[in-house]
Design a protein around this ligand. Structure first.
Ligand SMILES: Nc1ncnc2c1ncn2[C@@H]1O[C@H](COP(=O)(O)OP(=O)(O)O)[C@@H](O)[C@H]1O
Ligand SMILES: [Mg+2]
Length: 478
């Protein structure tokens, strides 16, 4: 191996591919950058034309693209040459390409795609602000402009398996894909000798979990506002074809202290792209007590798993405790497994309860989609506020649609396909192609007490439970 290239966590050990000679995957004509650069060949520097299109580096020959590299997860470093000056080295799969010239705008553009190396030259870690199950999170400042960021650090020694590498790559790719005001922003990624660093926007308001602890019970109006915002963010995540799978108060953060108007969904560590036939990196994952029953029951599932988690959150906000409140961890998991919800513990108006039951319907076909939930009458105020900024007439339209929605729910019909023609997500539902057994009985083994976990961690009310990620696991293993 060339000594210039360090091992990269992101390299696929099974490939050595760097340049691709086939035609570009994108038919787009856009070029984000194009310039003449110098490359070294046989001890001499030659002029060549390079271009950037999104995350592709293009090598031109007589104005046509001769070859290209997908820069996602490649490593980028500044280099210096005695005569050529400053350049950039891109390395991937133990191969590299160096070019010299006016490279600064290129480096700045490529930070969003490439992994960088010089973390400690760029950021100062200040203090630890979060401890997840897979990472530690620090507050940090950028050395150049002093701006504050949150840095999610992963120890490479804890990520030795192939699945860990794939999972990291997925978390990064999903976060980059979802650009929404209520979804955490990922700015850049660094790899150091011991850790991987994800540079995130700093959410100074802390976890929703802490906020709920100090300020429950929530009024119905306050809960309405918050759930509306969360559903909007979840809708945007689903629109991108992504399932979050770990929505819970610890993974929702406030941008500013006590400001519920600015919430942010974070932690895409268990997220995955929707797969109609259930092909996920981790099939059964999430935090017991916060997941949809069909996921625990090993059934084919879709976007609706996140909706169930939003329902659990709505319950917690109003009731101040988990809907699966039980005597111990096992009891909580079993209640979650069978979707045994004590709705009577949640004091809501009739319309609020109607929505909650729509979110927590144990039948995912009948459960509302994010878009359907957003159109629910409980949000009439939110929707009318939004509409009144435009036209009063449009507001009537929304309310009319709501009446229709309610009728559909009463008739127990499949809302996902009938009510939401705008939602492309509904049409992707796996339930259209799979016969779905909605009875309460788990697939195996027969006796619930024999299958459920023996971990004895006590939970009272809404205690913090650990997320689980496995490609397959039985209840015994949760
Ligand atoms: N951008 C951020 N700003 C402020 N705090 C954060 C940020 N990201 C994460 N945290 C804190 O760190 C904790 C762990 O981060 P998370 O992404 O959930 O890691 P894990 O995947 O290990 O659960 C969060 O619950 C939160 O308290
Ligand atoms: Mg987390």
């Amino acid at each position: 191996m060339d000594e210039k290239i360090k091992d990269s966590f992101f390299d696929d050990p099974e490939t050595t591919t760097f340049w691709i000679n086939n035609s570009l995957p994108s038919q787009d004509q856009i070029l984000h950058l194009q310039d003449s650069m110098y490359i070294q060949k046989d001890q001499e520097f030659h002029k060549c034309t390079l271009g950037i299109q999104y995350h592709y580096l293009l090598y031109f020959k007589q104005q046509t693209v001769q070859k290209w590299v997908n820069l996602n997860n490649s490593t980028m470093e500044y280099i210096k040459h005695q005569t050529a000056g400053v350049g950039i080295r891109i390395s991937k799969h133990k191969q590299y390409f160096e070019f010299f010239g006016d490279v600064e705008p290129w480096y700045n553009y490529l930070r969003q795609y490439c992994v960088q190396r010089n973390f400690s030259q760029s950021y100062t870690l200040l203090k630890k602000i979060g401890q997840g199950n897979f990472a530690e999170v620090y507050k940090a400042t950028n050395k150049l402009d002093g701006a504050e960021y949150a840095i999610k650090c992963f120890r490479k020694s804890k990520l030795k398996e192939k699945i860990d590498r794939l999972s990291m790559i997925k978390e990064i790719s999903i976060m980059k894909k979802i650009q929404h005001e209520s979804v955490i922003k990922l700015y850049e990624v660094f790899e150091g000798p011991e850790c991987l660093y994800l540079v995130l926007e700093y959410l100074r308001g802390g976890e929703l979990y802490q906020f709920i602890k100090k300020s429950h019970p929530f009024s119905e109006e306050k809960c309405q506002k918050l759930i509306y915002r969360i559903l909007k963010a979840v809708h945007s995540i689903h629109e991108k074809g992504v399932l979050h799978r770990d929505l819970k108060p610890e993974n929702i953060m406030l941008r500013n202290k006590d400001d519920l108007d600015n919430i942010c969904i974070g932690d895409f560590g268990l997220a995955d792209y929707y797969s109609p036939n259930g092909q996920y990196l981790f099939t059964r994952c999430g935090t017991p007590g916060y997941v949809a029953p069909e996921l625990l029951q090993d059934k084919l599932y879709d976007y609706k798993v996140d909706i169930y988690s939003v329902g659990i959150l709505m319950f917690i906000l109003i009731a101040g405790k988990s809907p699966f409140d039980g005597k111990d961890y096992d009891d909580v998991v079993m209640r979650n497994y069978y979707a045994k919800v004590k709705f009577e513990d949640c004091k809501l108006s009739e319309v609020g309860m109607h929505l909650l039951k729509g979110l927590m319907n144990k039948n995912p076909i009948e459960r509302l989609s994010a878009q359907e939930a957003l159109n629910h009458q409980w949000f009439a105020k939110e929707n009318s506020n939004k509409c009144s900024q435009f036209k009063i007439r449009k507001q009537n339209y929304v309310l009319k649609k709501l009446t229709h929605c309610e009728l559909q729910i009463k008739k127990n019909s499949t809302l996902s396909t009938q009510f939401s023609p705008l939602s492309s997500i509904s049409s992707l539902s796996p339930y259209g192609i799979t016969k779905y057994n909605l009875d309460d009985s788990p697939k195996s083994p027969n006796t619930p007490s024999a299958q459920h976990p023996s971990l004895a961690s006590k939970i009272t009310g809404m205690g913090q439970l650990r997320p689980v990620r496995r490609s397959q696991f039985t209840l015994k293993q949760i």
